[in-house]
Write a new protein. Structure first.
Length: 506
């Protein structure tokens, strides 16, 4: 049975609801308002982006505008599906109590994957009106979300602003921000200050005046828990900061950083431009949160830090953008806005690196591989593409290699053995793209090195920046093809303890 429904608060001794008298009929005819979803515990009902970090064993609380007819709450009416796997549905328990629905998955969802909760248009209110959207149009309600890392332990907290352990924090702090790796409920406290968390990933305490001078403020998470009732833990033993003796009235300044080889110095920032994105890296004179804007694209880094990287996405190729960059310190002082002009590149192939296997259990370098994925809607001709490493570019891919839309491929040596018993099995559907000799200049270093995919003209398409040291027989996998490849959090040792060559990362 895929759906179990429990109805709370049924009326005992009430008249038979199947027997309509004339008054009932008039009441039903007068109800012209269809039922709508007015709240959902995962995030805003009208969220523009799917909320992330959701538990792999979620309980999703849905609030309707009015009670539903429980007879319409059927397996076809409430479904939880994996976006990437058509037909894959989770077994659910649904508790109906008045206007509230509590939808609980009875099985673990895939981690780091998008899922969709669907409430079908066949759901009806007590007067027979079908489910409608916010505009009153009858039809299904769909809500997408992305699961977290699949851990079953308690939620982990991180002090975002000010930084954990920070000293000399401004007394006129405008906010204390604590983030979690999954939604939590409860109250976060810092001495006499507090803020509620209601299914949130971030909880913000707003002081109503200056903090005490030279005082330690510890973050109290007692009573904060996830949907499973597990109590929240700090990133370390405890989270805290210490205030300064005086107020901070000096604004931060945006300062330059040393640029990497794939970056260009532009004013005080280091820029890495592609066709539809621009990454900016820079420093600030004191710990601050920062933002950048290019047209309609806005990126933020709210952490109170002195080193920053922001990624502007959704840009147009071959377009010059005037980019505004700002900073705000924890006391609310704002830096003078910096403006730079940057040109995006010509259109690039939407092929990205998703997995790196640099230290195989089998023969080296023959059994190494780099997995790539086509994020686009059309096939990509790989002829002339090159995989480069710390030593420079390797051999070019030969003719006759095309990667289908949404497809996965393994870049491998011409000596790669997909049947090796020492290394993880290759997905049957995987495309093997063999290059002469070895990957990169002379195979991938076991000590680790950056790996870069270049197109025929030498333009950078994607990179693995070398955040983790390779482990024998274990790949380094990207959280998803859409994740920010320059963010260390986007890369991890394969959670299953081995590679997933030629298939989506698990």
């Amino acid at each position: 049975m895929r759906l179990r429904v429990l109805v709370l608060g049924l009326c005992c001794g009430c008249p038979d609801t199947d027997l309509w008298d004339e008054t009932d009929a008039r009441q039903r005819a007068a109800d012209l308002e269809p039922p709508r979803v007015v709240a959902i515990s995962l995030g805003p009902v009208d969220a523009s982006e799917p909320p992330r970090g959701i538990s792999v064993l979620p309980t999703i609380d849905v609030t309707m505008s009015e009670p539903l007819d429980v007879a319409t709450v059927t397996p076809a009416a409430i479904r939880l599906t994996a976006a990437a796997e058509k037909g894959a549905e989770a077994a659910l328990d649904v508790v109906v109590s008045g206007e509230a629905l509590a939808v609980t998955s009875r099985e673990r969802l895939a981690p780091f994957a998008e899922h969709v909760l669907v409430l079908a248009g066949t759901l009806r209110d007590l007067h027979g009106a079908p489910l409608a959207d916010a505009r009153g149009v009858a039809g299904p309600f769909q809500y997408a979300f992305v699961t977290g890392d699949g851990t079953t332990g308690p939620p982990t907290a991180r002090l975002v602003s000010p930084e954990d352990g920070a000293a000399e924090v401004a007394r006129n702090l405008d906010a204390i921000v604590v983030s979690f790796d999954e939604p939590v409920w409860g109250t976060v406290r810092a001495r006499e200050l507090s803020a509620p968390c209601q299914g949130a990933l971030t909880c913000t305490i707003v002081p109503d005046g200056p903090l005490e001078p030279t005082t330690r403020y510890g973050i109290d998470l007692a009573g904060v828990a996830d949907a499973d009732g597990l109590a929240a833990l700090g990133a370390d033993v405890e989270l805290d900061f210490t205030t300064a003796a005086t107020l901070d009235e000096e604004p931060p300044a945006i300062a330059p950083s040393a640029c990497a080889s794939n970056e260009t110095a532009t004013g005080p920032v280091c820029a890495s431009t592609r066709d539809v994105s621009i990454a900016l890296r820079f420093a600030t004179s004191e710990a601050a949160g920062v933002w950048a804007r290019a047209g309609d694209s806005v990126a933020e880094d709210p952490r109170a830090s002195m080193e920053h990287r922001v990624l502007l996405e959704g840009l147009e190729p071959e377009t010059t953008y005037e980019i505004e960059i700002g900073a705000r310190d924890p006391a609310g002082n704002e830096a003078a806005t910096v403006r730079v002009e940057l040109l995006t590149t010509r259109p690039l192939a939407p092929v990205v690196i998703t997995e790196v296997y640099a230290d195989p259990a089998g023969p080296e370098p023959a059994q190494e591989f780099v997995e790539i994925h086509n994020r686009g809607s059309g096939a990509v001709d790989l002829e002339g593409f090159v995989l480069a490493d710390g030593g420079g570019p390797g051999a070019a891919i030969g003719a006759g290699q095309s990667l289908a839309a949404g497809g996965w491929a393994l870049l491998v040596s011409d000596r790669f053995d997909p049947a090796s018993r020492l290394d993880p099995p290759v997905a049957p559907s995987a495309l093997l793209v063999r290059v002469a000799g070895s990957l990169g200049t002379n195979g991938l270093l076991n000590a680790g090195e950056p790996v870069v995919l270049l197109d025929t003209a030498g333009a950078e398409l994607s990179r693995y920046p070398n955040f983790l040291a390779p482990r024998a027989g274990v790949s380094i996998a990207r959280a998803s093809p859409e994740s920010d490849e320059e963010d260390p959090a986007s890369w991890a040792y394969d959670p299953n303890g081995s590679a997933t060559p030629g298939a989506p990362n698990q």
